[in-house]
Design a protein around this ligand. Structure first.
Ligand code: ADP
Ligand code: MG
Length: 227
């Protein structure tokens, strides 16, 4: 209950996961509070996706204590749209209530109001990922869990998506844990950076680009020194 009072949305304590003899997570402690966007940074194969899946409750073989408050929605690196359903049906999957209105509003927010009847195969990579965002947002999540959501996109589309992410955050005020291997993206989009290394959270660094009291205070210097 204390967690709730502090606005804690998700917490993992001593999260562990091994694949056979290969230990990927060896006791991760992590907490995301309401209002925060936290970047989970780490090298390729460091276990970022494994941790995100565990936190999302998608990995029955992960151990540890994970507590969640509120609704969460996951966006993966690949859009994971169902190819046999049109865009609107993908976004509205499993929703109740005024589904057409909610779906239309969500698609408008990601700039795809005119693609409701398109098939996933007719979309560009960036459009498909925007549909994946709409599918997450329409559920009005308290917490977004994002696994390299812009990782599969070309550089220009990635820039646009980063801008969209900022706008959507300003409008919806969601909290997020997003996985990236891109330091610049982490600094651009997050309030806090967690570095996953050696199976644990090796660093937890606040980012404050708006109020850099010293060059180091922004997080840049700290991050450089510790990476
Ligand atoms: P990251 O997302 O940081 O690149 P992953 O979490 O995908 O890393 O993977 C971490 C390690 O766990 C890698 O060595 C990967 O090969 C291994 N791994 C991930 N999933 C599986 C699996 N289903 N079976 C066996 N090994 C896996
Ligand atoms: Mg990954």
């Amino acid at each position: 209950m204390a967690g709730r009072a502090e606005g804690e949305l998700i917490a993992g304590f001593d999260v562990r996961r091994a694949f056979g003899a290969s230990v990927v997570l060896s006791g991760v402690d992590i907490m995301i509070r309401r209002g925060e966007v936290v970047a989970l940074l780490g090298g390729s194969g460091s276990g970022k996706s494994t941790l995100l899946r565990a936190l999302a409750g998608l990995d029955p073989d992960a151990t540890g204590t994970i507590t969640r408050h509120g609704r969460s929605a996951v966006v993966f690196q690949e859009h994971r749209l169902l190819p046999w359903k049109r865009v609107a049906a993908n976004v509205g999957l499993g929703l109740t209530g005024d589904v057409p209105r909610r779906v239309a509003a969500a698609l408008a927010e990601v700039g795809l109001a005119d693609r409701e009847r398109a098939w996933p195969a007719e979309l560009s990579g960036g459009q498909a990922q925007r549909v994946a965002f709409a599918r997450a947002l329409v559920r009005e999540p308290d917490l977004l869990l994002l696994d390299e959501p812009f990782g599969a996109l070309d550089a220009l589309t990635r820039l646009r998506m980063q801008g969209l992410f900022g706008r959507l955050r300003a409008e919806h005020g969601f909290s997020a844990l997003f996985v990236t291997h891109d330091v610049d993206e982490a600094l651009l989009l997050s309030d806090r950076i967690l570095l996953l290394d050696g199976g644990v959270i090796a660093e937890d660094i606040a980012v404050d680009l708006d109020h850099p009291r010293t060059p180091d205070h922004s997080g840049f210097g700290v991050l450089r020194r510790r990476l």
